[in-house]
Design a protein around this ligand. Structure first.
Ligand SMILES: *Cc1c(COP(=O)(O)O)cnc(C)c1O
Length: 462
C-alpha cells in the first residue's frame, strides 16, 4: 500500500455522502424558510458573527463541524435575497434549475479557460452565445465572454472599443501602450453607471477625458445634446438607469451617429432583458446597432450570483484586447473561453446560465421579466395612494423611486423600513433629493409581497 499523509487520509474520509447530504439539508432548510424570515438579519445574528473572528487556525477542523458553524451562525446573518421582498440595489433572485445546476457543477469544479480543460464548458458557452444573439436580436458575428458581472463586462467591452478605435487611428495599443497614443474621445450620459467610469479608469482614461451629455428628467441621454462624433469616439449608452430604470433612446441616437464611425457600447446590466418581453422590448429597440454590450445573468435573469456577459460584434477587437500567450497555452479549433474574458482560470458559471435559460425558455423569460415590471407598477400605484409618499420616476421597467416630504423624513422612514424586516430597500439620490429605491428583480415576487411591503412603508411613515 502506498503511503498516504494524515491529511490525505482525513480528507479522503470526509469525501462522503454524510457531508454533502448535510450541506444539502441545510440548504433546503434555508430555502424553505427564506420567504417568511425577516429580510435583513437581526442585530443578534450580526453580533454572533464574532464567532468567525479567530486567528488563522493551527489545527485542522472536521468538515461537518465547519458546515454546522456556517449553518448556525452564517445562514442567519445572510440577507434573504432568495425571497420575494428584497428590493435592494438591483439584485436578482435565483431560478431553481440554475441554483441546482450550480450545486451539481460544484462537484465537477471545472476550470473554464480552454477547451482542453472542459469540453462541456466550451460547448455550453458556444450554445448560449447563439441563444443570446437571438434573445437580444444581435448580429450573428456577435461573440460572448462569460465574466463575473457587468463591471467586468463593461471593462471588456470598453477594452475592445479602445483597441479598435486606436487601431483605426493607426496605433497598436497592445504594443505601444497609451503614452503618445492618439486621443480617444469618450462620450456618455451624465447618468452613466459608476462601473462604467471605473472601467474607463482601469483602461487608462481619466474622468476629465469624459464628455458628459445632459440627460432628461428620467436620466435618458438627450439626443440633441450629443456632440458630433467621429471614428476616434467611444459612445457609451445605457439600457436601464440604475435609479429610474429608463433606457436611452437608441433608435434616435443611432440615426444621428450611425455614419460617424464611433464605437457604441451599451451598459445593459439589468435592462437589456427588457428585450425578452414583447410588451417591454420597445425600450431596447435599436440596441442591435451597437458594437458591444454588457449584461448580467445575476440580476433580472435570476441566475445565481457571479454571472455577467460581455457581447461584442467585433471578435478580433475583443480577443485582441483580452488576449494572452504562453508556451503552455493550448488554443484549439473549439471555443477557448479565456479569449473572451480578462481571466484565465474561471469557474464554470456557464452551467447555471445555460440551465437558467433552458429552464425558462423564451416564454418563461418573457413572463418573468414582465412580472417584475408589473409588480413595480403595482408598487408605484399602491405607494402613491399613501399620503406622504411620492413616486419620482416613470415606472418603465422594474425600478421605482419614492420620496417623502423632506430628505430627513425619507432617511428616517428608510431606516425604519429596513428595521421592520418585511422588505429591504436601499437609498439613493435623484437630482439632489434623497430617495428610497425599489428594484423588483426576483421571479418570486408576487402581488401579496408588494402589498405587504407597501404596508411596511406606511407603518414606517406613521
Ligand atoms: C449592477 C450594474 C452594473 C454593475 O454590474 P455588476 O454585475 O454588479 O458588476 C453596471 N451597470 C448597471 C446599469 C448596473 O445596474
Amino acid at each position: 500500500m502506498s503511503h498516504q499523509t494524515k491529511t490525505q487520509i482525513r480528507l479522503a474520509a470526509e469525501l462522503n455522502e454524510t457531508l454533502f447530504n448535510q450541506a444539502h439539508a441545510y440548504g433546503m432548510e434555508y430555502l424553505n424558510e427564506v420567504t417568511t424570515r425577516t429580510v435583513f438579519p437581526s442585530t443578534q445574528a450580526i453580533h454572533n458573527l464574532t464567532i468567525f473572528d479567530e486567528p488563522l487556525p493551527k489545527d485542522s477542523a472536521p468538515a461537518t463541524e465547519i458546515l454546522e458553524l456556517l449553518n448556525e451562525h452564517g445562514a442567519p446573518a445572510t440577507v434573504a435575497q432568495m425571497g420575494g421582498r428584497y428590493f435592494g440595489f438591483v439584485s436578482g433572485g435565483s431560478v431553481p434549475a440554475g441554483l441546482a445546476a450550480k450545486s451539481l457543477a460544484t462537484f465537477w469544479d471545472q476550470s473554464s479557460a480552454m477547451y482542453v480543460q472542459s469540453p462541456l464548458v466550451s460547448v455550453l458557452e458556444t450554445v448560449v452565445e447563439s441563444w443570446l444573439q437571438e434573445a437580444f436580436g444581435l448580429p450573428h458575428e456577435t461573440v460572448a465572454g462569460f465574466v463575473t458581472g457587468s463591471s467586468a463586462a463593461n471593462f471588456c467591452g470598453l477594452a475592445a472599443a479602445r483597441f479598435r478605435i486606436l487601431t483605426t487611428l493607426g496605433w497598436n495599443v497592445n504594443q505601444n501602450g497609451l503614452r503618445n497614443a492618439p486621443q480617444v474621445r469618450i462620450v456618455t450620459g451624465r447618468h452613466a453607471h459608476s462601473t462604467v467610469v471605473k472601467a474607463l479608469m482601469l483602461l487608462g482614461f481619466g474622468k476629465n477625458d469624459i464628455e458628459w451629455v445632459d440627460v432628461d428628467a428620467q436620466g435618458r441621454l438627450i439626443v440633441e445634446k450629443l456632440p458630433p462624433l467621429g471614428a476616434d469616439t467611444i459612445l457609451i449608452l445605457q439600457a436601464g438607469n440604475v435609479n429610474s430604470g429608463a433606457f436611452d433612446p437608441f433608435t434616435e441616437i443611432n440615426q444621428v451617429v450611425k455614419d460617424s464611425g464611433a464605437w457604441i457600447h451599451i451598459d445593459g446590466a439589468f435592462g437589456l432583458w427588457a428585450n425578452a418581453s414583447n410588451e417591454l422590448n420597445h425600450h431596447t429597440k435599436g440596441i442591435e446597432f451597437a458594437n458591444s454590450w454588457a449584461v448580467d445573468g445575476h440580476k433580472t435573469l435570476n441566475t445565481p450570483y457571479d454571472c455577467g456577459i460581455v457581447l461584442c460584434n467585433d471578435r478580433d477587437a475583443l480577443t485582441s484586447a483580452l488576449h494572452m500567450v504562453g508556451d503552455y497555452i493550448v488554443y484549439s479549433e473549439q471555443r477557448d473561453g479565456m479569449l473572451y474574458t480578462p481571466d484565465m482560470s474561471r469557474r464554470s458559471r456557464i452551467i447555471e446560465l445555460w440551465a437558467t435559460i433552458k429552464s425558462l425558455g423564451k416564454t418563461g423569460m418573457s413572463e418573468m421579466i414582465l412580472n417584475m415590471h408589473r409588480r413595480a407598477v403595482q408598487f408605484a400605484k399602491e405607494i402613491n395612494k399613501v399620503e406622504g409618499f411620492a413616486v419620482l420616476n416613470e415606472v418603465v421597467f422594474n425600478q421605482v423611486m419614492v420620496m417623502c416630504n423632506t430628505d430627513e423624513i425619507t432617511n428616517t422612514v428608510l431606516s425604519k423600513i429596513q428595521q421592520d424586516g418585511v422588505c429591504w430597500a436601499g437609498g439613493s439620490v435623484w437630482f439632489g433629493r434623497k430617495v428610497i429605491r425599489i428594484s423588483v428583480c426576483s421571479w418570486v415576487t408576487n402581488e401579496a409581497d408588494i402589498t405587504l411591503s407597501v404596508n411596511s412603508f406606511k407603518k414606517a411613515l406613521e
